[in-house]
Design a binder for this molecule. Structure first.
Ligand code: HEC
Length: 132
């Protein structure tokens, strides 16, 4: 009897895990699609560019392995943020500008110019707008 309960619980647990993984994937796909509609870049390339430029040295960024830093603000749920760096309204044009040349947007900001190309900043912005 106990044995049977253990098997049933194990089966239930694995179903729940599979269900949770499926939901996470579904959410990412849906958020990626919305972000592409808003910005027009490639969120997968954006996530890769975030790793390449080393944004994780300063930011916590969900979905980017090892991006747990606290030097700059966390970029969790960035799509829901009203302002970029507390200065300019958060929209795709300003965000792409910010990623490429933060000092053009806010001359005294501590965020360095990372030399991000126009294409990469568009892709990165697309990824950041998938974080909601
Ligand atoms: C040396 C540390 C550092 C690095 C590296 C860095 N940032 Fe930042 N970032 C900051 C700081 C500090 C701020 C806060 C700026 C302010 O409020 O003036 C910031 C702000 C931001 C914001 C606005 C966040 C908000 O909540 O308003 C975004 C978006 C951002 N960074 C993206 C990036 C991306 C993308 C990269 C990589 C290309 C990157 N950052 C690399 C330090 C860094």
């Amino acid at each position: 009897m106990k044995y049977r309960i253990a098997i049933v619980s194990a089966m239930l647990a694995s179903f729940m895990l599979l269900f949770a993984a499926g939901c996470a994937q579904y959410t990412e796909a849906k958020n990626f699609r919305t972000a592409v509609e808003i910005v027009g870049g490639d969120p997968h390339a954006g996530r890769e560019a975030i790793q390449r430029y080393g944004c994780k040295a300063c930011h916590t960024i969900p979905g980017v392995p090892g991006a747990n830093a606290t030097v700059g603000p966390s970029l969790d749920k960035f799509a829901n943020r009203s302002f970029i760096a507390g200065e300019v309204p958060n929209n795709p044009t300003s965000l792409i500008h910010w990623i490429e040349k933060p000092h053009d947007v806010e001359p005294r900001t501590a965020m360095p110019d990372m030399g991000v190309s126009e294409k990469d900043s568009k892709d990165i912005a697309t990824y950041l707008y998938s974080l909601r």
